[in-house]
Design a protein around this ligand. Structure first.
Ligand code: 2HG
Ligand code: ZN
Length: 478
C-alpha cells in the first residue's frame, strides 16, 4: 500500500467509532498499548484504534469502510506471534482488528466429528468443549490458553500432535472469511468430500491475515483415545532417536501422537528456571525424547504394548533409560520438561531462534552440520535445538554462553541466520516450519523461496487485496 503519512483524520475515527458502536473499539492509549507490541516486546507499532466487532456482518462493514478509505487492517488473535505477524507498523495509520468478542461456538456435532466456532474463541476453551462432547480437538501447543481460533488458522499452527493429526490445515473443514473488499466468503461446511473447483479455504489458512479476515471455522474433531501412555527416554544421539521413531511408528502406527527431541542443555535450562521441575531419569544423558501414544484399548493393555516396544528399543541400543508416567500428575511433569523450554530459554538470557524443518531422515545430519557452524561462528554459544522430530521440525535455537551478556551472539545474528538458513536451503527444507513469516522473515522468504512460487503469491495477493489493506508488510513486502 502506498502509505500516506500522518495520523488518521479525527472525522474518520469518529466514523469508525459510530460504525463499531459502544464496546466495539478501544482508543485510549493505555488500552491500545498491549496491541501495539508482541508478547516478547520485540516489535513496536502504533494504532489509532483497536476494533472489536461482535459479528461477521460488522467485520464486513468495517472492512468495506477501510477499503473505501484505504486504511490498513492488522488482525490480531492471542498476540503470541514469534514473527511480529500481528503487530501494527509504526505510523499510527493501521487499525488493529481483534475478534475477541466473537467467541461463540455456533454448532457442535459429535456424530459428524465437527464443531463450528467463531475466530475469537480461545483454543483451550474449544478443546474443553470438544472433550465435553466426548471428542478430541487435537491441536495442542504451548499458547493454547491464550491463542485464538483465528490466530491458529491464520498461522496454520502446528504443535506437539502434528505427527498424528496434522497441522491446522488438516483440521479445518470449512471457513468463513471477510475478503479485503468486504464480501463474505461463506465456505462454512463440514463436508468430508467437496471437489467443486479450487479449495479456496486453504488459501486463507497460514496467510497471516494478508488475504482476508477469518471470522469462523468448522473444525474436524477426532475420537478420544481410550488410554494415553507417555514416556520420557534418554537416547544416545539424534540418529538413535530417529531409529526409535521408526520403530515406534512401525509398532504403533498412528497411535504415536508425539515424538519430541530435546538435548541435555534444554533440560538443564528448564530444571534451573522452572520451579517444581525434577530430573526425570538418573544420571546425565546427552539427548532425550518425549513420546506419547493415544490408544484405543484399556490402560493396562496399552501400557503393556508400549513397554514391550520400549524394551525392544533398549535392547537395540536406541534407548539407554526410560520412565513411563504412572499418573496424570507424572504425565504433566514430563510434559512440562518439554513445554517450558521456550520460557526457560528466555529466562536464561539472549537467544536466537530458527524455526526450521527438513526431511525427517536428514535431521541428524542437519543438527551435526548446524552445530559445527554455530561453534565456529560464535564460540562458546550454546545450541539449544529441540522440537518436533517426528515432523522434521526443529527449533534450532542458540543461547549465549553461560554468564555471557549475549552481545557477541546478537552481533552475529545475521551471520548465524544466514548459515542456518543456508543449510536448510541445501537440504531443501523450510525456513519457517510453524511460526510463519510475519515481519521477521519477509526478506528471508524472498531470498529462499522459489521465484515462481513467490510470483504466484504476489499474484494472489494482488488479485484478492489490490489496495494492499490487509496486514501490509507481513509475509510479502508491501
Ligand atoms: C515450541 O515448540 C514452540 O515450544 C516455541 O513452537 C518454540 O520458542 C520457540 O522457539
Ligand atoms: Zn514448536
Amino acid at each position: 500500500m502506498n502509505d500516506p503519512v500522518g495520523p488518521l483524520p479525527a472525522s474518520w475515527l469518529g466514523e469508525l467509532k459510530a460504525l463499531l458502536g459502544p464496546g466495539g473499539y478501544l482508543d485510549a492509549a493505555a488500552d491500545r498499548a498491549p496491541f501495539e507490541t508482541d508478547f516478547r516486546a520485540l516489535y513496536h507499532g502504533d494504532t489509532p484504534l483497536v476494533a472489536l466487532p461482535d459479528s461477521t456482518a460488522r467485520v464486513a462493514e468495517l472492512v468495506r469502510w477501510c477499503a473505501a478509505h484505504r486504511v490498513a487492517i492488522v488482525p490480531q488473535g492471542g498476540n503470541t506471534s514469534y514473527c511480529g505477524g500481528a503487530t501494527p507498523r509504526p505510523g499510527g495509520r493501521e487499525l488493529v482488528l481483534s475478534l475477541r468478542r466473537m467467541h461463540r461456538i455456533r454448532a457442535l456435532d459429535p456424530a459428524g466429528d465437527a464443531m463450528t466456532a467463531e475466530a475469537g474463541c480461545v483454543l483451550a476453551g474449544l478443546q474443553e468443549a470438544a472433550a465435553a462432547a466426548g471428542r478430541l480437538l487435537p491441536l495442542s501447543l504451548g499458547s493454547e490458553g491464550s491463542c485464538t481460533l483465528g490466530g491458529v488458522i491464520s498461522t496454520n499452527a502446528g504443535g506437539t500432535a502434528v505427527l498424528r493429526y496434522g497441522m491446522m490445515r488438516a483440521l479445518v473443514l470449512g471457513l468463513e472469511v471477510v475478503l479485503p473488499d468486504g464480501r463474505v466468503l461463506d465456505q462454512l461446511t463440514a463436508l468430508a468430500k467437496d471437489n467443486t473447483g479450487y479449495d479456496l479455504k486453504q488459501l486463507f489458512i497460514g496467510a497471516e491475515g494478508t488475504l482476508g479476515v477469518v471470522t469462523a471455522a468448522c473444525l474436524r474433531l477426532h475420537p478420544r483415545p481410550q488410554s494415553t501412555v507417555t514416556a520420557f527416554a534418554a537416547v544416545p544421539d539424534p540418529a538413535a532417536a530417529l531409529a526409535l521413531l521408526a520403530r515406534l511408528r512401525g509398532a504403533a502406527g498412528h497411535a504415536l501422537s508425539t515424538f519430541e527431541l530435546l538435548p541435555r542443555v534444554a533440560l538443564e535450562l528448564v530444571l534451573r528456571h522452572v520451579p517444581g521441575t525434577r530430573e526425570p531419569l538418573a544420571g546425565v544423558q546427552p539427548w532425550y525424547v518425549l513420546v506419547e501414544f493415544g490408544l484405543h484399548e484399556p490402560e493396562a493393555a496399552a501400557r503393556e504394548r508400549v513397554e514391550a516396544t520400549l524394551a525392544a528399543a533398549i535392547a537395540a541400543g536406541e534407548i539407554s533409560d526410560v520412565v513411563l508416567a504412572a499418573t496424570l500428575a507424572q504425565r504433566d511433569a514430563l510434559w512440562r520438561l518439554r513445554e517450558e523450554i521456550p520460557f526457560a530459554q528466555r529466562r536464561e538470557g539472549v537467544s536466537l531462534k530458527h524455526d526450521i524443518a527438513v526431511a525427517v531422515q536428514r535431521v541428524p545430519e542437519f543438527i551435526a552440520a548446524g552445530a559445527a557452524a554455530i561453534a565456529s561462528l560464535v564460540p562458546g554459544a550454546r545450541l539449544v535445538t529441540y522440537g518436533h522430530l517426528g515432523d522434521g521440525s526443529l527449533h534450532f535455537n542458540v543461547s549465549a554462553g553461560a554468564g555471557d551478556d549475549g552481545a557477541s551472539l546478537r552481533a552475529a545474528e545475521n551471520t548465524v541466520r544466514q548459515a542456518v538458513h543456508g543449510l536448510v536451503a541445501r537440504c531443501r527444507g523450510s525456513i519457517s516450519a510453524e511460526h510463519g513469516i510475519g515481519q521477521l522473515k519477509v526478506a528471508e522468504l524472498e531470498r529462499y523461496e522459489d521465484p515462481v512460487a513467490l510470483a504466484v503469491m504476489r499474484d494472489l495477493k494482488r488479485a484478492l487485496d489490490p489496495l494492499g489493506i490487509m496486514n501490509p508488510g507481513k509475509v510479502l513486502a508491501s
